[in-house]
Write a protein that binds this ligand. Structure first.
Ligand code: V07
Length: 264
């Protein structure tokens, strides 16, 4: 009887979240996942709430998604929290957004420390308010020796400006005689980007039904799998992350090879 049970179980599609998580772990887990957390304003609109209520709800989604990514053994999770284009929003909304890192970390920093998550940030620091940077820097410092998931927040980030910055810093190296133009290749250029230490994302997720990159990691996403969903970011759950990873695994399995042979 027990044997029959086992056979029945092993051929059955996994259904609970825990079963799906375990099943997922037997295939290649993407090392680096990047997410465009879109649809917070729309989530609020649908409920006749102010946009900031959507941002607050969206902030709450970050916690379970980070925990699950860490549990799955994802090495880096990059979240697009604020783009260089977001400054044109009403001042009140921008001010509110710039308080979210403090609120998030005020509540969750102890848990991130406990769970061995390392907080990092990429983006142009100079325009970000001091109070925001203070909270982020405190978290970066408090988690700098952690060896689990790298939780990388893109704050005041824009990909074209990142690429231009890299091009300029290479030009300066040439000007100073430190490099020759012929030395510039894919690897050299990648090393000048803000994510050089993380490696390129394997999977990019965008919520809220928009099928575009909006100036997000244009260089780094050259080989990534893209997964789009109509689900709004505040409604994005652990099941959705598993679904995105399952889809990534099916697609990369189609290229043949076993878990250990897959490179990207
Ligand atoms: C922000 C919530 C998520 C949806 C997207 C827009 C609003 C978490 C952070 C954050 C950033 C840095 C950090 C810790 C937390 C955050 C902004 C907006 C600007 F070290 N959520 N979240 N930052 N939203």
């Amino acid at each position: 009887m027990l044997d029959k049970m086992k056979i029945w179980k092993s051929t059955k599609e996994p259904d609970t979240l825990d079963e799906r998580i375990e099943e997922c772990k037997s295939y290649k887990i993407p090392d680096h996942i990047a997410i465009i957390m879109d649809g917070n304003g729309r989530w609020a609109n649908k409920r006749a709430l102010p946009r900031i209520a959507g941002h607050h709800e969206g902030m709450k989604t970050v916690r379970p998604i980070t925990r699950l990514a860490n549990r799955l053994g994802v090495k880096a999770l990059t979240l697009y929290a604020f783009s260089t284009e977001n400054w044109i929003r009403p001042k009140m909304e921008v001010d509110y957004l710039m308080k979210l890192p403090e609120e998030f970390l005020g509540t969750f920093l102890p848990e991130l420390v406990e769970e061995n998550v390392q907080v990092q940030m990429m983006g142009e620091r100079s325009q970000i308010p001091k109070h925001t940077l203070k909270a982020v820097d405190k978290a970066i410092d408090a988690t700098k020796n952690n060896t689990g998931l790298v939780l990388n927040f893109a704050l005041n980030y824009g990909s074209r400006s990142e690429i231009l910055q890299a091009a300029k810093s290479f030009a300066v190296k040439v000007q100073n005689g430190e490099c020759s133009i012929d030395e510039l290749d894919d690897e050299q250029f990648s090393s000048l980007m803000m994510t050089h230490h993380l490696g390129d994302p394997d999977l990019m997720i965008r919520t809220s039904g928009e099928i575009r990159l909006s100036n997000f990691m244009l260089w780094q996403l050259a080989y990534a799998e893209f997964w789009f969903t109509d689900v709004l970011w505040p409604d994005f759950s652990e099941e959705h992350l598993i679904e995105a990873i399952e889809s990534y695994q099916k697609r990369s399995r189609r290229f043949g090879g076993l878990k250990s042979e897959e490179s990207q």
